[in-house]
Design a protein around this ligand. Structure first.
Ligand code: GDP
Length: 441
């Protein structure tokens, strides 16, 4: 995940700082040299790094810090504050106009994640009660329209398309339809190119004139490193952008763009893409990102994602069932599905404090274990899921063969299930005990 290297390096600088009771100005300056290297290696722009380190050093060598009881902690806090400042203090929201519809024009280079993120945005706003319409104005890549239709269907949002005709016409007609049908939010997926060229910019400028967008959002792939900032600057100069969506932060990118975009272009990052799934998308909160970079985790985003994806009705149904009938393997499968709705195991774990110490292999084996468990439960009959104690050696062999696993895996699953059941009983749930009934099994 992004920032892994940076997190690790800053972690070791801070460990040294904290390990000393007293700090001298020379200690701070030495540490800042390492911070500077770490930031440069993470692809943060040179000028940004220079200013950042200068600010942190100036604040850190003051008497109030060096003479305090915990100088190391104070320096870390200053780094944290300055990181937040660099990324923009608070999450900036979309500029909704007083008169609907709000028109968002998405632009960006080909492959940056424009189409995917048009659908992610639409899904998020739909969940918040808006009525979005997506306009397919990326007409050069024949597959682009189909791709938009596929992701839009997943997001349950309509798409306006007219095939591969002049995108200016499509946008005009699409906006008319949005007015006729009362869509309060229109998201235009425009064409991308491999490189910025004049023809593309002219087309985008025309669309801007026709659509009068409330917000021009530039979609930038974090994996292109320093170039992300260059792309943002070029689009801003040629077209004028309002904000940035930084995508693929889940991947093995060094993440420097997240720290440089605002400082270099003056345009805030409003959202970040953390995966291919539509829910792997978050408003960009500078203070939470800083906390992730410093290895302090991001519990707030995790909680937000859980409340958005966990179906409360389902949860209540489960609680009732646990109390009356007890916990069986169907419930375990349901729970696993709920967790998966929150995103990949990897993206969830990465928000936990200390996650930067977990290796990619650990994450992948966690993901694989989850898939294996799901396959085993799917290979069981209804009766076996409801009453796992009937699973004898013969059934175990069948389940293992059906799910491509080993009997020892099935044994392990059943053991885990027993342990969970016992734990729930001890907590007073799932054993049917609360109602004075004896547990059914
Ligand atoms: P477009 O050409 O700009 O419209 O880009 P697409 O939306 O087609 O995305 C290009 C590729 O990147 C697709 O394979 C997406 O699934 C993938 N992608 C998009 N956003 C993300 C992200 O946040 N994380 C990861 N890992 N992949 C992404």
């Amino acid at each position: 995940m992004a920032f892994e290297g940076l997190s690790e390096k800053l972690g070791s600088v801070f460990k040294k700082l904290k390990g000393r009771g007293k700090l001298t100005e020379a200690d701070v300056r030495e540490a800042m040299k390492e911070v500077k290297m770490a930031l440069l290696e993470a692809d943060v722009s040179y000028k940004v790094v220079k200013d950042f380190v200068a600010n942190v050093t100036e604040r850190s060598v003051g008497e109030d810090v060096l003479k305090s009881l915990t100088p190391g902690q104070q320096v870390i806090k200053i780094v944290n504050d300055e990181l937040v400042k660099l990324m923009g203090e608070a999450n900036s929201k979309i500029n909704f106009p007083s008169k609907p519809p709000c028109v968002i024009m998405m632009c960006g280079l080909q492959g940056s994640g424009k189409t995917t993120h048009a659908a992610k945005l639409a899904k998020m706003f739909k969940r918040q009660g808006n009525r979005p319409l997506l306009i397919a104005a990326d007409v050069y890549r024949p597959a682009a329209i189909d791709q938009l239709k596929i992701v839009a269907e997943k997001a349950d949002v309509p798409v306006f398309e007219m095939g591969q005709i002049d995108p200016r016409k499509i946008v005009k007609q699409g906006l008319k339809q949005a007015k006729d049908y009362g869509n309060d939010l229109v998201i235009i997926d425009t064409a991308g190119r491999l490189h910025i060229d004049e023809e593309l910019m002219d087309e985008l400028k025309d669309i801007k004139k026709i659509a009068e967008p409330s917000e021009i959002m530039l979609v930038v792939d974090a994996m292109i490193g320093q170039d992300a900032v260059k792309v943002a600057s070029s689009f801003d100069e040629a077209l004028g952008i309002d904000s940035v969506i930084l995508t693929k932060l889940d991947s093995d990118t060094r993440g420097g763009a997240a720290l440089s975009v605002l400082a270099v272009t003056g345009k805030p990052i409003k959202f970040v893409g953390m995966g291919e799934k539509l829910d792997e998308f978050e408003p960009f909160h500078p203070e939470r990102m800083a906390s992730r970079i410093l290895g302090m985790g991001d519990m707030l985003t995790l909680i937000e994602r859980a409340t958005q994806t966990v179906d409360e009705e389902e949860a209540e149904k489960l609680a009732k069932k646990l109390q009356s009938e007890g916990f069986d393997l169907n419930d375990l499968l349901d729970q696993m599905k709920q967790i998966q709705k929150m995103g990949s195991v990897k993206s969830i774990i990465q928000m936990l404090p200390g996650a930067n110490k977990i290796t990619d292999e650990d994450l992948e084996s966690g993901e694989a274990a989850l898939r294996k468990t799901e396959a085993m439960i799917n290979s069981m009959t209804k009766a076996e899921r409801a009453r796992p104690q009937i699973i004898d050696p013969k059934r175990k062999r069948r389940i293992a063969a059906g799910s491509g696993t080993q009997v020892s895996d099935v044994n392990q699953l059943l053991k885990q299930y027993d342990a969970m059941k016992k734990m729930m009983k001890e907590m007073g749930i799932g054993g049917g005990m609360l109602h004075g009934k004896s547990a059914r099994r």
